[in-house]
Design a binder for this molecule. Sequence first.
Ligand SMILES: [Zn+2]
Length: 92
Amino acid sequence: MRRAAAAAAVVAAGAVLYLADPASTPMYPPCLIRTYTGWRCPGCGATRAMHALLHGRVREAWEWNAIWTAGAPELAAWGVWRLIQDARRARI
Ligand SMILES: [Zn+2]
């Protein structure tokens, strides 16, 4: 049940990320790493990469954060696999 709630939260966050571009929408908080160091932040890059991935722009996502872009499909597949495992256990 907790995993189902977590999955619902991930889907809701994905919907927000799909609809609101982090590069141009002021609803996201300013990045503290970028603000105080001037460095490009891998967390913000991952957020922008995810937005690009959700819109099918793999090359742009790769440029924002290659590690996240390479790992996101595996992470999503693992999450779905865990949900399926939980559903099977609940039936037994
Ligand atoms: Zn950041």
